[in-house]
Every structure is written in structure tokens, then in C-alpha cells.
Design a protein around this ligand. Sequence first.
Ligand code: SAM
Length: 514
Amino acid sequence: MSNAWNEGYFTDEGYTYGYSREINPVFQRYCLLLRGFATLESTDGHHCELGFGQGVSINIHAAGNPGTYVGTDFHPGQAAHAIGLANDWGSDARLYDDSFEQLLARHDLPQFDSISLHGIWTWVSRDNHKLIVEFVRRHLKPGGHVYISYNCFPGWSPMAPLRQLFSLHDRFASQASARPDQRIDAALQFSEALLAANPNYANSVPGLDAKLQSIKGQNRQYVAHEYFNRDWNCMYFTDVVDALAPAKLDYATTAVPLDTVDPLNLSAEGMDFLEGIEHPVMREQARDYFVNQNFRRDLYVRGANRLSASEHRERMLGTRFVLMQLADSVAGSVTGPAGSATLQADIYGPVLDALADDAYVPKTLRHLLEASPALGYGDVEQAINVLIGMGAVAPCQSEAAEKLAQARCNTLNLQLCRRSLFDHKIQVLASPVTGGGVTVSRFQQLFLISIKQGKTRPADWALLAWGIIGGQGEGLLKNGKALTTAEENIAELTEQAEAFAEQSLVILKALKIV
Ligand SMILES: C[S@@+](CC[C@H](N)C(=O)[O-])C[C@H]1O[C@@H](n2cnc3c(N)ncnc32)[C@H](O)[C@@H]1O
């Protein structure tokens, strides 16, 4: 493939097919609301994703959220994949293979309620930063928000020189004719040899070798995009605040709910120290030193409007939440940079019970509070936030929005399940309840096809799955061992289908995926 268009971005290896909940406008609005910010919420909003990769998240969100979507990724293979999927479910999303510069030159784009860029900022040039900022300046509505994630200092300081070595080896010492995976392996081997020769750099940074070994074990597509681009602009939080200011953006809050729970992230000494810093930007930057932050997921607003305390509470009380797993499977503790905390049974027990009531249907915070009379508003709000941070609970959109998204999600999910007949690339389905994605493995998607065909017994779901997988010459692994006979494979699939029936279906029904 000619790569004259790629501006030094490592495009020889396509990106992964992952899903990111932080790009979901419903999730973003919850994070903003939690911190008392007013957000734009309408059933005919416009949303944009810059650099959508293979387009899994943008398709899920375009189906799950009412309104319209625009997105671009200049990798034509990835854009073709995203557009192919959008066409499959009849989406009206406008997906392009424009560079950011080309997208900026369009005159037919709306004003957006939200613009998201996940895993983009660090890996593009300073010129592209300016284009992105200009795009936001022109196209974000007043009151709209931006989600942006990026690698940052100080957490990256020890590793940055190692990343530089990979990219330099690829540029100066790789054979241009070698396959991308061979070029990556060669750069990793070169770096390993360099570290083994005891440079002072390695002596002053403990643990580099272990880090290199862990990178060697990672998915090559991910490694290519994370470490092998010509551009790699790791920045401090404050530098990003400055860079986004010309688009009239102010930092609002993190899109990582657990970041808002101080005891999980900071020592008592750290909390005391930060409390003494008045300026919010300085405080947030200093906080990155305490947690040694290396990757930030942030929300910015154009024209930050704070809700009054009573309006904030009222909106929180009116927000619905839903469990993403069985209540009794939620872990009893949670871990952050400052250590682990046990979830207090007298708080989390009643909240989880209330969420599980009535076949797990979504409940408002008001309902959860009424169902747990011994708990105060603050207890329930924090418990829900921690559970969201753990991925056990998700915020929901309005019932009106859910109704508008239902048919779209049904069509997309059917197409995704059909794709599972051929491969396991996309292991996520769209929920009209949360507006976002839910992990559903290939086998589980095959079980859903069988359910759609009217089969009610897990043993029949397993037979359908085995017919597909076995027919393609594939088989399952159990405890790391390949199952070789049809009987063994069917028995394992039946076990998985029974677990799916007992543990997953109730959740998928509450999420209106089934
Ligand atoms: C690390 S990937 C992240 C993809 C996606 N946001 C995700 O998280 O799955 C970065 C993406 O940005 C795209 N990209 C890089 N530079 C670009 C540019 N100048 N214009 C448009 N897309 C670009 C790449 O093709 C790549 O798919």
C-alpha cells in the first residue's frame, strides 16, 4: 500500500477492533454531571469522533445514541472497515477516510454536542494538534464537550527514551522491505541488546527490562500504534490545557470515575498537600506527580456552566443506572494507585440488591436511595460511582433516547452476530439502554443466533456454535489445552452456554440487547 498520505503514522499494521466506553456521550455526560457541570442533552444531537480506528466504537455509539455521527480516520483500510459495518446496519453516520486537515476543509459539517479523540493526540504531529484545535473551535457548540486521552508526564518519563529507540530503529535501521511485525521484532531485539550492554540509562531506571518483556508479549497491532509512530508528543497535563485553550475549552474533569475517589489514589499526606493548592490546574498537575500519571482521559467543556447544588442533586437523582454483571459477582474490593479498599458491605450490599431487583432493570438514583433507607445520598452516589469505575455498573440515557436507539441497536447487533459466524474480531454489542457497548464473546454471539432461531436449550446453542467453529477447523482451549474431539468441544461449549444462560442473559435483557 502506498503510504504517501500517512504523515509518519505507522499505518502498515491496522489497528485493533477494541471498544472504549469513554467515547460514549452518555458516559461522558455522567462524568461531567458527577462533578456538577451542565451538559447538552438532546435526542437530536451531533457527535464526532476523530481517528476512529477500525470504527467499532463509533458504530456502537452511532447505533446506541440518537442523533447523528460524523467521524474520520485517514487509514483507508480502517475507514473502509468502519464504513462497511455502518452500511451493514443502514447507519446514516458520515464516516470518512479524511486526514484531520481534509476534515477541517469540509464545509458541510454540523456544530457538534461532543467531539472525542481517543488515543490520537500523542501520536500525531504538532501541526495536527493545531488542526484538531481549529476543528474544535469551528465545530463544537457552546456548552459542548471534548473527550481527549493522551500519554503524559511524569509517568512516562522513565520509558520515553526506550520508546524513542524503537521508533528510531524502525526509521534508520530496519529493512524497508521487511514485514511490519518483523520490523517491530527487530526494533525490540535491538533495544533488548542495547539494555543488556548496561548503558547508564538502564542503570538509572529500574525495571526497564521487565517493561520491555511485557511489550514483547503485547498484541503487535497495538505495539505498532503505541510505540512506532514518527510523532510521539507525550505532554504534561498543563501543556494540553494550554494547547486546547484557543478552542475556548476549559478542563472540566476526568473520564475515569475512580480518579474522583481520593483515598484510592492518594495518601493522606498527598491529599493534605493538594488541598493547599488553590489553582485547579496547578492542583490537577501536581496530582499527576502523586499518582505518577502516564495516561490521562479528560473531559473539556466549551463554556463551563456549573449547576446549583440542588439542580445537580436533582439531575443525579433522575439518572438511571444498570448493572453490567450479576450483583453477586461484583468484586469485594477495588484497587487504585494508593492501594486497595474493601467495598463496605453495609453500603454496597443494599445498593447492589436494589440494582438487581426486578430482573436488573435500570433504576434511578432516587429509586436506589428509597430502596436503601439506612443510606444517605452521599453514600449511594459514591457507591454508584465506584461501581461504574469498576465497570460493574453503567449510567443510562433517558427512556426517550433509549426508545429511539432500540431498532438501530437491534440491526447492528444482528450484523455483529452474523460476523461472529466468520471470526472473533468484534466482541461487543450495542445497548440502547446505556448507549454504549457490552462485551459479548464470539461464542456468546453464536449462542444469541441460536436463541434468535427459537432454540431455548443451552445444549442446542452449543451445537450451533460447534457446527460453525468445528466446520472452520477450529476448536476450544480448556485450561490452556486444545480440545481435540467433537465431544470434548461440545461439552465445553455446553458448559459455557449454561453459564451464559445463568449469568449473562438476565443482564443482556436488562440492557435490551436480547
Ligand atoms: C491509536 S489509534 C486509535 C484509534 C481509535 N480511536 C481507538 O482508540 O480504537 C489512532 C488512529 O488515528 C488515525 N490517525 C492518525 N493520524 C491521523 C490524521 N492525521 N488524520 C486522521 N486520522 C489519523 C490512525 O489511522 C489511527 O487509526
